[in-house]
Design a protein around this ligand. Structure first.
Ligand code: ADP
Ligand code: MG
Length: 739
């Protein structure tokens, strides 16, 4: 018999304890815990691969034990008593002829005493430590054995689990499910990468490696068994992607053909600048999509400041001149407002009605907007995700543009899709014309990631900045040198320039969040990603501290810059106040803007030439790059100062180093992926959906390519096998692939 190890040892997961369900289900606690981890079907359990292994294949003499080592010994109990030291504890002594060993249990049950009664032979495994009375093990695992009980011949798996799910229970569940699970081969041998194993054999090795298996290769995931698992996972994903793409190709969208002399031409003529060649190219790519009768599903990526907004406006112009409405969504009100100002400036003079929908717009004003959207009087609708709320009805929605799309969670993107489909069927009485979608992002998606997770997406890239931009100089300063930085701000103001000073969101999880896949129990996080929902746990006290921090900095800067207007911007201000502050800064009435990350995305004030980021070590890499991109938007030489407090974690160092070494968004993105891992990169924490459990897009890019080819072949050759393969791997998570 073995005992459940204490919760802390079992918990490879950081999932917080779930609140008790309102009505008690008939299921046992561990059974519920299994379901919470998504371990429902036999195949789910079969694919739940160990985090690591315990070696119980050998016992060593007690006399050979060394402090700090983990070992297994076997002996006969010579003493078993409950002692009261600082607290009640069970103290057991065993001997094997070579020496004695003390076992100490701070939590114990009557069953412990029964198994560990004097005279019983037990096999014990745990970490050795030097105690007061010689060497001991605290909370070892143990089981009763006879003198001849054979040792296991394979390593004992340790699975990712949660506090409610004892390792022993999970082991049994997996061992039971393995032979039952349907592991029939779906993939013909000629489509498998060379040197991989049959699936059943691969899982047998991973769940219980024998003495001949290459444990190093298993641990670093290069073993053929791992290759097979990763390949199958990637294959499922590629098939799902290809299917989503085909499904979309069957849908119909309105076609917007070029109309000479119409809105688009007028807009181009009215712009105060000419388009860069890269902008012209992506506009042409988008135009070609809009002229087709399949809905566009395109990602427009371009580094911060590359000029995506005007491309969006030109796409909107094409839709509107064809008589269709366009919706433009931004992740924050500040950004939505800025778009509104820009687009109204460009389009209103050309006679286009624009509506404005955000969460803070309520009452009569909102009703009027809703009416204009429903009647088609407003041809362009700008706002936050309020644009896709239930009550919003479009007369003829033809194009949806999502700015900074990576900032929207997977669930929000799914909601948008559902909304677009609903719009289509309600607006066209069953004819079901779907709107085109254009997503924009300054966080470029590395190629393998795009192929794996966004295969259903066409990508356009603006790879050139507008002419005349001065490179941004990035500097790293210890926090102690704040005064020098403030002097620098004074200089900039004296030259008529403006500055941002950004404070971090003080959140217990900020540091942890940025680092969690870079350090710590990385393998565990990768194998299970059970902490996925943690990110949503924003706390009120964190918000209060954030506010305190940003207001303190605001006070200090105001005092240090007498006579200079210093603005303050944070998430807790009423929307109108935020908008007013932002407008004052944009108009140059405010010299310095102290802000939280509300300015992170998209804010565009060309006269700002200095960006100071306080506690830069607490920001994620793409966030830092986004913030830096708020300056250097005009033709003035700009500086980004990264202030850091010590000490820096390894990943924080890596992030700051990347910021100093490169200003190229693609390179930043590549490094970010390297530092954080793809799950984090995509905001999987927000979505609650583990995107990839086994394959590592970075290390396994070759497998990605192979899976891609195999997916196409399998779909063509045996669609039923392809469908079975997707069901095996994705189950009900297949929907997430469409976001
Ligand atoms: P982002 O791609 O980061 O969203 P924006 O669309 O905000 O960038 O553009 C950054 C700035 O560059 C804006 O002020 C915009 O008006 C300006 N801009 C865009 N395209 C050009 C161009 N071809 N020539 C000059 N300025 C441009
Ligand atoms: Mg932008």
């Amino acid at each position: 018999m073995s005992t459940p190890p204490p919760a802390s040892a079992a918990a490879a997961s950081r999932e917080p304890a779930a609140p008790a369900p309102p009505t008690r289900a008939a299921k046992s606690g561990p059974q519920q815990a299994l379901e919470k981890l998504g371990l429902v079907r036999d195949i789910d359990l079969a694919l739940h691969v160990p985090l690591r292994y315990d070696d119980e294949t050998r016992v060593v003499p007690i006399a050979s034990l060394r402090d700090g080592a983990t070992a297994q010994v076997e002996g006969v109990v010579t003493d078993c008593r409950v002692e009261f030291r600082s607290r009640r504890q069970l103290v057991v002594k065993i001997g094997d002829g070579s020496d004695d060993l003390v076992l100490r249990f701070l939590h114990f049950y009557p069953s412990h005493q029964k198994t560990l009664a004097v005279g019983h032979r037990v096999r014990v495994r745990g970490e050795v430590r030097a105690g007061l009375l010689g060497i001991e093990m605290v909370h070892p695992t143990f089981r009763a054995v006879d003198a001849g009980t054979p040792l296991p011949r394979t390593l004992t798996p340790v699975y990712p689990t949660s506090a409610q799910l004892p390792q022993a229970y999970l082991r049994k569940a997996v061992a039971g499910a393995l032979p039952r699970a349907d592991l029939a081969e779906h993939v013909p041998g000629d489509l498998l990468p060379a040197g991989t194993m049959p699936l059943r054999a691969a899982l047998a090795v991973l769940h219980a490696p024998g003495p001949d298996d290459d444990l190093d290769a298993i641990e670093d995931r290069s073993h053929p068994a791992w290759q097979r698992l990763k390949f199958d996972e990637l294959l499922a994903q590629q098939i799902a992607q290809l299917e989503a793409k085909r499904e979309r190709e069957r849908q119909r969208a309105p076609r917007f053909a070029a109309r000479v002399g119409a809105l688009r031409d007028a807009l181009l003529a009215a712009l105060p600048f000419g388009l860069t060649r890269a902008q012209q190219r992506v506009v042409a790519e988008i135009d070609a999509d809009l002229a087709r009768e399949q809905p566009m599903h395109r990602l427009l990526q371009g580094d911060v400041g590359s000029g995506k907004t005007v491309v969006a406006a030109l796409a909107a112009g094409r839709a509107i001149e064809a008589g269709w409405q366009c919706a433009l969504m931004a992740p924050t009100e500040i950004l939505a407002e800025q778009h509104l100002r820009k687009l109204v400036g460009w389009l209103a003079p050309l006679g286009v009605g624009v509506a404005w929908l955000t969460g803070s717009r309520k009452g009569k004003a909102r009703d009027r907007m809703l009416e204009q959207v429903a009647s088609g009087e407003a041809m362009l609708v700008v706002g936050t995700h309020a644009v896709i709320e239930e009550q919003v009805r479009f007369a003829r929605l033809g194009l949806a543009i999502i700015d900074e799309q990576h900032r929207f969670g997977v669930e929000q993107r799914l909601a948008l899709r559902a909304k677009l489909v609903a719009q289509a069927s309600s607006a066209h009485g069953g004819a079901a014309l779907e709107p085109h979608t254009l997503m924009m992002s300054a966080t470029p998606i590395p190629r393998t990631l795009a192929m794996t997770l966004f295969a259903d997406l066409d990508v356009s890239t603006i790879d050139e900045l507008p002419p005349g931009r001065m490179p941004i100089v990035t500097k790293l300063f210890a926090d102690a040198r704040r005064d020098e930085v403030i002097a620098r701000i004074r200089d900039e103001i004296a030259r008529g320039r403006q500055a941002y000073w950004v404070c971090p969101v003080i959140d217990d999880e900020t540091e942890d969040g940025a680092d969690s896949t870079g350090e710590g129990p990385g393998a565990g996080a990768r194998a299970a990603r059970p902490g996925a929902r943690n990110a949503a746990r924003g706390t009120a006290s964190a918000a209060a501290r954030e506010l305190e921090n940003v207001t303190r900095t605001h006070r200090r800067l105001s005092a240090a810059l007498p006579g200079q207007p210093v603005g303050l911007l944070h998430g807790r201000m009423p929307a109108a106040e935020k908008a007013a502050t932002m407008a004052a800064f944009a108009a140059g009435h405010v010299a310095v803007l102290v802000a939280t990350t509300v300015v992170e995305v998209g804010v565009d004030v060309a006269n700002a030439s200095l960006m100071v980021i306080e506690h830069a070590e607490r920001f994620g890499l793409s966030q830092l790059h986004q913030l830096r991109g708020r300056v250097g938007r005009g033709s003035v030489a700009s500086v980004c100062v990264l202030l850091y407090g010590s000490p820096l974690s390894i990943t924080a160092k890596a992030r700051l180093k990347a910021m100093l070494e490169t200003a190229d968004g693609f390179e930043i993105s590549r490094r970010d992926l390297e530092i954080r891992g793809p799950g984090e990169f995509l905001g999987a924490r927000q979505s609650g959906a583990a995107l990839l459990r086994f394959a590592d897009l970075h290390a396994d890019s070759e497998l990605v390519e192979q899976a891609r080819g195999a997916a196409e072949t399998l779909l063509a050759r045996d669609p039923a096998a392809a469908a079975r393969h997707v069901a095996r791997w994705l189950g009900d998570r297949a929907e997430y692939r469409k976001a």
